[in-house]
Write a protein that binds this ligand. Structure first.
Ligand code: LIP
Length: 307
């Protein structure tokens, strides 16, 4: 029989690693903030991203030598594949652009999947000192003042969503997360801008008149704030499994739902790269706002490979 997977122990390990990584992010200075370009000038990586991922991989491979590891900075296009094996999925710093500018919306995102299904998620923003976490079947939580030792004023653990049962309306009353991503030309870029225009335009011109639209620069934090219920819906295409795996578990455990970023995709894979996250708020209401958002795409879809 396959070894039983101890999700509680895994979550404890990931929380301890997130605490350490948070210190590294907070203390980064000088060369540790210098960037190298990846796909283009907006897709950057710092020395700190790499150091944190090396630390995470080394700690996890010691404690879980038979489990797989997928990380943003060690990923090799066409070579690295997410499998059904028990797998740690790591984005050492999600919100790297925010990190290099000192804008306090950056986090480490540590997910664990088995059979490609998110089972544990830990996301820590050391600048806001807030940790989000979930274990499949055991609920989703956030902790304020996480870096304070327990008993030294550490904020109490709050279950997610923060206001259960709050009505989920239409896009007009929603707070919507979007991102501009790294791809800045071609079909997918044009699709993004057309959808953002329809999302925000007045009803009289055929738009959805979205009440509030935010681009925070971190997929993981967008998904966690959707799990918290303070963001209603978040749409992105082009990010990867390491951006979403941890938040996905936290979202589902909060009563939220992850569907595909393309119309009609109700059950996307974690490495689908096209996502639409919706907060807790009743299945019918979730279905309605998802279909309203997909309707903005006018029959068009994201076109991208999953690797
Ligand atoms: C970021 C994602 C975000 C995306 C950005 C960037 P990174 O990840 O979280 O959703 O829009 O382009 O990819 O690069 O900061 O780890």
């Amino acid at each position: 029989m396959a070894d039983k997977i101890d999700l509680v122990a895994i979550q404890g390990t990931l929380v301890a690693i997130a605490r350490h990584a948070g210190e590294m992010m907070r203390n980064a200075t000088g060369k540790e903030l210098e960037t190298d370009e990846k796909m283009n000038a907006v897709d950057v990586v710092t020395e700190t991203d790499k150091r944190i991922e090396d630390l995470v991989n080394s700690l996890l491979s010691k404690e879980y030598p038979t489990y797989s590891f997928v990380g943003e900075e060690s990923y090799e296009k066409g070579v690295t594949k997410l499998t059904d094996a028990p797998t740690f999925i790591c984005d050492p710093i999600d919100g790297t652009q925010n990190f290099i500018h000192g804008f306090p919306l950056a986090c480490i995102s540590l997910g664990f999947t088995h059979k490609k299904k998110p089972k544990v998620g830990v996301v820590y923003n050391p600048f806001a000192d807030v940790l989000f976490s979930a274990i499949k079947g055991q609920g989703a939580f956030m902790v304020d003042n996480f870096s304070l030792a327990p008993g030294q004023g550490q904020g109490k653990v709050k279950s997610l969503p923060l206001s259960p049962g709050r009505k989920l309306g239409s896009l007009e009353t929603a707070l919507v997360g979007i991102e501009f991503g790294s791809q800045r030309e071609g079909h997918n870029f044009d699709l993004k801008l057309e959808v953002y225009k329809k999302l925000t335009a007045s009803k009289g011109t055929g738009g959805a008149m979205a009440g509030a639209v935010r681009s925070m620069g971190s997929a993981a934090l967008n998904i966690c704030y959707t799990a918290a219920g303070v963001m209603d819906i978040y749409w992105e295409g082009g990010c990867y499994a390491w951006d979403v795996a941890a938040g996905w578990c936290i979202l589902e455990e909060s009563g939220g739902r992850m569907v595909g970023g393309n119309p009609g995709k109700w059950d996307p894979a974690v490495d689908d790269r096209k996502y639409l996250a919706v907060r807790e708020g009743g299945k019918e209401e979730q279905k309605r706002i998802v279909e309203e958002f997909w309707g903005l795409m006018g029959g068009r879809s994201w076109i991208m490979s999953i690797d």
